[in-house]
Design a protein. Structure first.
Length: 559
């Protein structure tokens, strides 16, 4: 078979093979563990060079290896009603041993007790301190946040949510700020305003927004409503300096929205100030929302994303870095209310669903928790953590946690099959497979057989505007390599952003910019590009013996 015919055959094969990106799948140890009720990426606590994972359940917390998902250590409460693991936080170095420590919330069922928080060593995993609530039903420890050392005494503080507290009115809720000095001490309290506020159900720390040098505190009160019926419009409160006065409050869009059920922060407008993210999953069949609010005053909405009726869209939300290569952070949003549940990665400004993770078990609560995981593969992007605490179903909710690798088409791009070498200005872009050039700066392309490989007989170099989508990374059999740039003939619906750069022989309807290119191939653009843009390139090759391979992929980023 001629080399060009071999290439045509490979192009037809590309859409048929899809890679999988599941890194770890963790299951609860017992039939009612509900593993995945809370999720948190942490540092390297087993000293194997890879950061690790904390997973909370109902009465149990597990520290899992980021390398292989194995159990490093487990903590058990006295029973399911204890609810140890409902919340998790990293709190800083409490015992001054140089290793950051953990906080685990055990809010307890209302009939069982007031709730407590266990402060646990990140080194030897033993309990260092225990904070205990004052009244049954307070749900002390339902939410936790570690703001660091606020009073400069050398010991970290801890913010604790008590959404069931009635200290200022029936179920108004409360937030307490504790010093984790050798003798723990309550430093300050913030309280809800109205009955059934659920104030303290969620917490987030957006950093210093008002310029006073102190980090702010974001508190969700999803039960709040300015009118008596129906309940649950929801309010998010922003406090100055964690312990200071209220800066601003943000009201949900409609009764029953439960605005503030989930909170997160991230810099979406790239102004150096953290913006505020609040989920409003809705009650019953109401469609949920996630709202991004500007962190710098005036604090107006930057984006609103909406789900479908009854799916609890926004019950869980996390900021997961730039997953589509546009330079802006993206959102991981859980929607556990539909029969099978769903998790999606979203571009905040366009509301585009970049990736879809549908649930597979009915009534398991898939998407009940999501989190930005640790960076397991050291590519600079957090992995994606998500869970179904009710897996496999209501009768035996063991719980399931899944960790997916961050966009593999971006980090790094495919290295190819080592038979053909594509370079931009003589470089393959290093570990990120990216070459940076300035506007109007000349650049050159080259393609040749890799050192020691047979000479190339034919090739087609494909390009695309931007970086490859997550959903297109194809690991081909027989050592052909990984394709991350969809070739033009294989996916004609993508013609708006796909193009053929050069080809050694005609390729039918896919007309190359440089036809009849000779091998080895070298081309130079002496004028460079006049605008800022990113392009990604990869070649399909056949050597003189007819063997097929893919070249490495390289992105050209013009800034």
């Amino acid at each position: 078979m001629k080399p060009v015919a071999q290439i045509a055959l490979l192009l037809a094969l590309l859409p048929l093979v899809q890679a999988q990106f599941l890194s770890h799948e963790l299951l609860g140890a017992g039939p009612h563990t509900r593993l995945g009720s809370s999720l948190l990426g942490v540092g390297d606590h087993d000293l194997d060079g890879v950061p690790d994972l904390l997973c909370g359940g109902q009465g149990r917390v597990e520290l899992r290896s980021g390398r292989d998902g194995s159990l490093i250590h487990g903590w058990d409460g006295p029973g399911l009603a204890d609810d140890l693991g409902a919340s998790l936080a990293v709190v800083g170095d409490v015992d001054q041993d140089g290793i950051v420590d953990f906080a685990f919330g055990a809010p307890e069922l209302p009939s069982s007790g007031p709730g407590r928080v266990e402060i646990v060593s990140g080194f030897h995993f033993q309990t260092l301190q225990t904070l205990v609530g004052s009244l049954g039903g307070d749900r002390f420890g339902q939410a936790l946040a570690g703001p660091g050392d606020l009073d400069a005494d050398g010991y970290p503080e801890l913010v604790v949510g008590l959404p069931g507290s009635s200290s200022s009115g029936f179920l108004t809720g409360r937030v307490e700020i504790w010093s984790l000095a050798p003798t723990p001490m309550l430093l300050a309290t913030q309280v809800g305003a109205l009955p059934n506020d659920d104030f303290g159900a969620s917490l987030a720390l957006p950093g210093d927004l008002d310029g006073d040098g102190n980090p702010e505190l974001l508190v969700g009160a999803p039960g709040a409503n300015p009118l008596p019926f129906p309940p649950g419009t929801g309010v998010v409160h922003l406090f100055s300096g964690v312990t200071g006065p209220m800066l601003e409050s943000f009201l949900g869009s409609s009764p029953g929205a439960r605005f503030g059920a989930s909170l997160a922060v991230g810099d979406f407008d790239l102004d150096g100030i953290q913006d505020l993210v609040a989920g409003a999953p809705g009650i019953g069949t109401l469609p949920g929302q996630v709202v991004v609010i500007r962190g710098m005053a005036p604090r107006l909405p930057l984006a609103t994303l909406s789900g479908q009726a009854g799916e609890s869209f926004g019950q869980a939300v996390a900021v997961v870095g730039d997953q589509n290569g546009d330079g802006f952070p993206d959102l991981l949003i859980g929607a556990p209310g539909s029969p099978f549940g769903n998790v999606g990665v979203f571009d905040a400004f366009s509301s585009t669903r970049l990736l879809d993770f549908p649930g597979s078990q009915a009534l398991s609560g898939w998407g009940g928790q999501v989190a930005a995981g640790p960076d397991l593969d050291a590519d600079g992007r957090p992995e994606l953590m998500m869970s179904s605490p009710g897996h496999p179903g209501p009768a035996t909710p063991r719980g399931r946690v899944a960790i997916f690798m961050a966009n593999p088409a971006l980090s790094p791009l495919a290295a190819g099959a080592a038979a053909a070498e594509f370079l931009i200005d003589g470089a393959d872009g290093g570990s990120l497979r990216r070459v940076d050039r300035g506007i109007a700066q000349p650049f050159s392309f080259s393609l040749a057989a890799a050192p020691g490989a047979p000479a190339l007989g034919a090739f087609a170099l494909f390009g695309m505007l931007g970086v490859p989508p997550w959903t297109f990374r194809l690991s081909l059999p027989f050592g052909l390599g990984d394709a991350v740039v969809p070739p033009c003939p294989a996916l004609p619906t993508w013609n708006g952003i796909l193009f053929t750069v050069a080809a050694s022989q005609p390729l039918g309807a896919c007309v190359p910019l440089v036809p009849n290119a000779s091998l080895p191939w070298l081309a130079t653009d002496s004028d460079g590009l006049g605008v800022a843009a990113t392009f990604t390139f990869q070649a399909v090759c056949a050597d003189i013996n007819g063997s097929l391979s893919l070249s490495n992929a390289v992105s050209l980023r013009v800034r």
